[in-house]
Write a protein that binds this ligand. Sequence first.
Ligand SMILES: *[C@@H]1O[C@H](CO)[C@@H](O)[C@H](O)[C@H]1NC(C)=O
Ligand SMILES: *[C@@H]1O[C@H](CO)[C@@H](O)[C@H](O)[C@H]1NC(C)=O
Ligand SMILES: *[C@@H]1O[C@H](CO)[C@@H](O)[C@H](O)[C@H]1NC(C)=O
Ligand SMILES: *[C@@H]1O[C@H](CO)[C@@H](O)[C@H](O)[C@H]1NC(C)=O
Ligand SMILES: *[C@@H]1O[C@H](CO)[C@@H](O)[C@H](O)[C@H]1NC(C)=O
Ligand SMILES: *[C@@H]1O[C@H](CO)[C@@H](O)[C@H](O)[C@H]1NC(C)=O
Ligand SMILES: *[C@@H]1O[C@H](CO)[C@@H](O)[C@H](O)[C@H]1NC(C)=O
Ligand SMILES: *[C@@H]1O[C@H](CO)[C@@H](O)[C@H](O)[C@H]1NC(C)=O
Length: 484
Amino acid sequence: MRLSNIIQSVLTITTLSNFVAAENSTNNNTPPIKVSGNAFYNSDTNERFYIRGVDYQPGGSSNLTDPLADVEICSRDVPVFKDLGINTVRVYTVDNSLDHSECMKLLSDAGIYLILDVNTPTSAISRINPSCSYNADYLQNVFATIDTFSNYDNVLGFFAGNEVINSDNTTNTATYVKAVVRDMKKYIKARNYRTIPVGYSAADIVANRQTSAEYFNCGDDADARIDMFGVNDYSWCGPSSFTVSGYATKMQLYKNYSVPIFLSEFGCNKVVSNRPFTEIEAIYSTQMSSVFSGGLVYEYSNETNNYGLVKINEDGTNVTKLTDYENLKSEYAKVSNPEGDGGAYSGNDYSTCPDYVKGTWEANNTLPEMPSAASAYFKSGAGEPMGTYISTQNSCHEDDDDDIASLSSILSSSTTSEATSSVESSSTAVNSTTSSISTTMSSSAVSSSSRSSTSKSKHSKGVANSLDIPPIFQLLSQVFGYLL
Ligand SMILES: *[C@@H]1O[C@H](CO)[C@@H](O)[C@H](O)[C@H]1NC(C)=O
Ligand SMILES: *[C@@H]1O[C@H](CO)[C@@H](O)[C@H](O)[C@H]1NC(C)=O
Ligand SMILES: *[C@@H]1O[C@H](CO)[C@@H](O)[C@H](O)[C@H]1NC(C)=O
Ligand SMILES: *[C@@H]1O[C@H](CO)[C@@H](O)[C@H](O)[C@H]1NC(C)=O
Ligand SMILES: *[C@@H]1O[C@H](CO)[C@@H](O)[C@H](O)[C@H]1NC(C)=O
Ligand SMILES: *[C@@H]1O[C@H](CO)[C@@H](O)[C@H](O)[C@H]1NC(C)=O
Ligand SMILES: *[C@@H]1O[C@H](CO)[C@@H](O)[C@H](O)[C@H]1NC(C)=O
Ligand SMILES: *[C@@H]1O[C@H](CO)[C@@H](O)[C@H](O)[C@H]1NC(C)=O
C-alpha cells in the first residue's frame, strides 16, 4: 500500500487538482456526443449517433489489463476496430494513474468513442455491503478517473456501475449506485468539465428489468437521474427474429423512456457455434431506432467464457479474426443507419419512482447523502489517481466534516487490512423470455477480503464481519474457473 501517496493526496489535493491528460484530441473525427431526448447526437453535425461498438477488455477478468494505457495493445487493436467498422468501444476497468493520451488519440483518429466504466474490482459498490462500500475513498477513485478522462472529446460517457443488481435479492444496491450517478454528475459540473453522460449498465433480470430502468431515471433531482441506460441483453440467439428474441417486447417496455437506451452487451453464443449477428439488421433499423441507440457486442477478445470476435495470438503482437468477426463485419457493412432522426423522441417525461417492496425491489427513493469528506474534491479535484491497487470497499465513511478524521480512518484501514483478494464478478442472468441463458461478464466487482479489525467508524455496524463468499460467486468460480 502506497501510504505516502495517500497522505499526499489528502494533504495536497489543492496542488494536484485537475489532473489533465497531456494531450487533447484535436482533430474533428470525434466531436463530443451529446444527449437530447432519448437519443445521442454528434455535436458538430447534429446527426443522430448510433453506437456500433464492441466491449473491449483483452485479458478479461482473469488477467485485468488497462488496454488504453498500453500503446502496444491499443495500436494492435485500433486498426482492427476500424476494419470491423465500429465507432465505439466500452472498457470495463482502467488504471486511472496511467497515461491514456496515446491510445485515446489513436481511437479518436480512427473515429472511435469510449464508454468507460469507472470501477475497479476492489473499488466499486459491493453487493455484500453496499452502504459501507459507498465512501469517500471510493469516490476519490471514481472522481480521479473522471479527471483522467474528461478532457478527451471522444469519451462518449461513463458507466457508474455494471450489473451491480444481478439477482432478485441485490436490488438494495441500486440506492448506492444511483447515489454514485448523482455524485459523478455533480462532480463533472463542479469541475467545469464537458457535460459527459453518466449511465448504468443493467443485467437482464426478468424480475426487475422494468423497475431498474425506472428507478435510475426517476425523481425530481435531475442530477440523480442517469443520462443514458445500457442493457446487457443476450436474448437474440442464433438466427432469431425481432419477435422471437423478445426485442419486440423490450421496444414496448422502454418506448416511453426519456433518455437514450442501448445494448451495452449483446451477442448470445448459446445456440450456434458461430454467431451470425443477424440482430444487427434489427437494431439499426426503424423497428428499433425510435427507442434504441445501437449497442456493443460482447466482446472483442476471446477469453475463458468464449465470446471473442478475435483471438489474441500467443505473443500478443497480433490477433486472428474469428468467424464471428467476419460475420459481424459483414452485417455492419450491410446495414446503414435509419434516415433522419430514426424516430427519436424528446417529449418523454422521466420515470415514476418504483415503490420500495420488501423482497422484490428494495431500493430507497431517498438517496444517502454524499460522504462529507468527498466534498473537498469538488473544490480542488480528486487529487492523485490511486490506480487499481487500492481497495475501498471497507472504508466506511465518517460523518465528520473533519478531514483529519477522514485521514486517520484512511490510514487505519490501509494499515490494518490484510491483503485483499478479489475477482471481477461474473453473473449468470436469469433467463429472458426466450430460451436463452445469458452469461455475462461484469466489472462491478465483489471482493472477498480480510476485514480490518480496527474499523472504529461510527458506521462500523455497516462493516461486514464475515468472510463469506456469496454463493453465486462460489458457483461462478466453479463454472468459469475464476480464481477467488
Ligand atoms: C483541451 O481542450 C480544452 C477545451 O477545448 C481546453 O480548454 C484545454 O486548454 C485543452 N488542453 C490542452 C492540454 O490542450
Ligand atoms: C496478462 O496480460 C499482459 C498484458 O497483455 C500480458 O503481457 C501477460 O502475458 C498476460 N498474462 C497472462 C497470464 O496471460
Ligand atoms: C440471494 O439469494 C441467493 C439464493 O437464495 C442467496 O444464495 C444469496 O446469498 C443471496 N444474496 C444476497 C446478497 O443476499
Ligand atoms: C407510454 O405513455 C403513454 C402516454 O402517456 C401511455 O398511455 C402508455 O401507457 C405508456 N406506456 C408504457 C409502456 O408505459
Ligand atoms: C475461445 O476461448 C475458449 C475458452 O478458452 C475456447 O474454448 C475456445 O476454443 C476459444 N475459441 C477460439 C476460436 O479460439
Ligand atoms: C502473427 O504474428 C506471427 C509472428 O509473430 C506470425 O507468424 C503470424 O502469421 C501472425 N498472424 C497473423 C494473423 O497475422
Ligand atoms: C430510506 O432512506 C431514508 C433516509 O436515509 C431512511 O430514513 C429510510 O428508513 C430508508 N427506507 C428504507 C426502506 O430503508
Ligand atoms: C432457462 O432456460 C433453460 C434453457 O432453455 C431452461 O431449461 C430452464 O428451464 C429455464 N429456466 C427458467 C427459470 O426459465
